[in-house]
Design a protein around this ligand. Structure first.
Ligand code: HEC
Length: 203
């Protein structure tokens, strides 16, 4: 109860002060009295009224939101995939390359047949579902990690997140059709610029 009463006083005082100011505004007032002195406390910060925007004539509702240039959208998806891969690449190099890159210490033809990380995009039997395979063997999204073969579960934490982020970016690009023009077998001279070390990679 008392609180309410007390709260009223400063407002009344402000009101009174405002009226008083307005009332004796006969002198060389620098600016005309504020129109709504009662609210001066709150309004001061935003005192500058934005010019009232003209009511826009309702434009025809666009049938499709923004029509993005499809080629540009694909390029964007590829760029995102590429930068995600560049972040994940060191993890693949550290944990997978010795078995899954040609010339790797333990790289056997059979292993490379399953997954060949020598060039990017990766090759191997499961090139079409490469991200699903990699998620599965690393237990991204559940399950039990079975890779790296010699140390399952070694990829975790931030490293695992980088791979997961790459896999997502890859899938988005794939779903967006960004891989279609890029063919399945990448030759040299392809627009990707991840050094294509065919052999002699030391890890
Ligand atoms: C020590 C060697 C070795 C390492 C290191 C290794 N792999 Fe493998 N990987 C294999 C072998 C061998 C196979 C063939 C299938 C099998 O024997 O389990 C394989 C198969 C796979 C497959 C295909 C699975 C399937 O069911 O067809 C994927 C995907 C894979 N590895 C991903 C990875 C990833 C990702 C890494 C790094 C995090 C990695 N591997 C590290 C040896 C290795």
């Amino acid at each position: 109860m008392r609180k309410t009463v007390w709260n009223v006083w400063p407002r009344l005082a402000a009101l009174a002060a405002g009226f008083a100011l307005a009332a004796c505004g006969g002198g060389p007032a620098p600016e005309p009295a504020a129109p709504a002195p009662a609210q001066s406390g709150e309004e001061q910060a935003g005192a500058v009224d934005p010019a009232p925007t003209e009511p826009q004539p309702a434009a025809e509702p666009a049938p499709e939101p923004p029509p993005p240039d499809p080629a540009q959208a694909k390029a964007e998806l590829l760029a995102q995939e590429k930068s995600a891969f560049e972040l994940a690449e060191p993890v693949f190099k550290q944990h997978c390359a010795k078995c899954h890159v040609k010339g790797g210490k333990n790289a056997k033809a059979k292993t490379l047949g399953h997954l060949d990380m020598t060039t990017y995009p990766f090759g191997g039997h499961h090139a079409d579902e490469i991200t699903a395979e990699i998620r599965k063997v690393l237990a991204i999204g559940g399950g039990e990690a079975i890779m790296p073969k010699d140390d399952p579960g070694a990829v975790k934490g931030d490293e695992l997140s980088l791979i997961a982020a790459w896999a997502d970016a890859y899938d988005r690009a794939h779903a967006g059709g960004a891989h279609e023009d890029h063919g399945h077998d990448h030759g040299h001279g392809a627009p990707h610029d991840h050094g294509h070390h065919e052999s002699g990679d030391k890890h």
